[in-house]
Design a protein around this ligand. Structure first.
Ligand code: TXA
Ligand code: MG
Length: 348
């Protein structure tokens, strides 16, 4: 079933949706980051359905979503001082913390790890569904495994319609990139996946922060990683994709044009408004993603833009990169994966 709660949550429908969750069914719902495909985290069978619907590798664990900080103790144990500082500072919000798990959390959720990822979304619909279901909700991003995360119901329906019992539409998600995932190691926060909560935000409350080296690097086969999600292909269109990221505008335009020529214009560029006129491409081959100064907009729109470009089925998708600072760190982390690390940029 499709439920439209763009303007406001319908309380009758909320009851239906929460019953589905309690009965072990899958529900797609919005959060402030991206849409999630959720199931009762304490019900193994229900969680199993998520892996099937997404085609997700079973060794990639899920995030457990709660509506209230007091519920952390139901699923996690031995919270350290630093973990508590981060919880107090960033929950609710676009933030996930890896904690020592309680045995009550089924193995299928944590992929057998002794930790569990916990997140408290800051979104009325998500919170309502978790609260009224009365159970923690395991929810990965709503997309087929390996594809960009779903940030609008139109995109999600095309991929997952028929594979879930309900889709709740809350409009486009505000942030557009998945939560910042953090694990505290020796009382220092380590960012395993960057997001809207930036390293500076974390450093401010924690005094220290480390960005895991895999955030910008390719993981070599069989390499051990802190977060299983780092190993997998992610956010990738079907079409070959190249990132172009030069600091200087003249270089940027030069290299974009060079690629466009190399591919005889059979390209789609995902680029900044200010570059549109300078590439002399037909209207339909340029997808505007806002200006260089508005990375929040970039983050919000990048996944739909990638999907849109892919549908046009060119030989090459060219994406303009951004500075690796602030939310730009998260954007570049996703873009590098989308492009399978194919990037043209200034020599370091
Ligand atoms: O914003 C988000 O986080 C969205 C919304 C729906 O909440 N969810 C999301 O879930 O992005 P997913 O499953 O697409 O990404 C979860 C990431 C994966 O990279 C996974 O490997 C990692 O979190 N993860 C989960 N449990 C973990 C654990 N115990 N240790 C390390 N990494 C873990
Ligand atoms: Mg995902």
């Amino acid at each position: 079933m499709y439920y439209n709660w763009k303007d406001k949550t319908n309380t009758e429908e909320l009851k239906i949706v929460c019953n589905l969750i309690r009965n072990g069914e899958l529900v797609i719902f919005p959060t402030e980051t991206v849409y999630g495909i959720g199931a009762n985290a304490l019900d193994e069978n229900a969680v199993g359905k998520i892996f099937i619907a997404k085609g997700r590798p079973s060794d990639n664990p899920l995030i457990v979503h709660i509506a209230d900080r007091t519920k952390i103790d139901d699923i996690a144990d031995e919270i350290t001082e630093m973990e508590q500082i981060l919880i107090d500072a960033f929950m609710p919000g676009p933030f996930t913390i890896i904690l020592k798990r309680k045995p009550e959390v089924p193995d299928i959720v944590t992929a057998g790890l002794d930790t569990v990822a916990v997140r408290m979304p800051d979104n009325i619909i998500a919170r309502g569904i978790i609260q009224f279901s009365g159970v923690p909700i395991a929810a990965p991003s709503a997309n087929i495994s390996g594809k960009p995360s779903g940030t609008s119901v139109d995109d999600i329906r095309a991929e997952l319609e028929g594979k879930v019992s309900a889709i709740v539409d809350g409009g486009e998600t505000q942030i557009g990139l998945e939560s910042t995932v953090v694990k505290v190691v020796d009382e220092v926060p380590v960012i395993l996946r960057p997001g809207k909560i930036t390293p500076e935000d974390i450093e401010k409350v924690a005094g220290k922060v480390i960005i895991d080296s895999k955030v910008f690097e390719k993981v070599i086969e069989d390499e051990e990683v802190e977060s299983p999600g780092m190993k997998y292909k992610h956010y990738a269109p079907e079409t070959k994709c190249t990132l172009v990221n030069y600091e200087n505008d003249l270089d940027q335009i030069f290299y974009l044009k060079k690629k466009i020529k190399e591919f005889s214009e059979d390209v789609v560029v995902i680029g900044f408004s200010e570059h549109k006129e300078r590439l002399y491409l037909p209207e339909e081959k340029f997808i505007e993603i806002g200006t260089k100064n508005d990375l929040e907009k970039y983050a919000r729109e990048i996944y739909s833009a990638i999907r849109k470009a892919d549908k046009l089925n060119p030989k090459l998708i060219l994406i303009e990169g951004v500075k690796r600072e602030g939310i730009g760190i998260a954007i570049m982390n996703r873009l590098l994966r989308a492009a399978s690390y194919d990037i043209l940029e200034d020599k370091k």
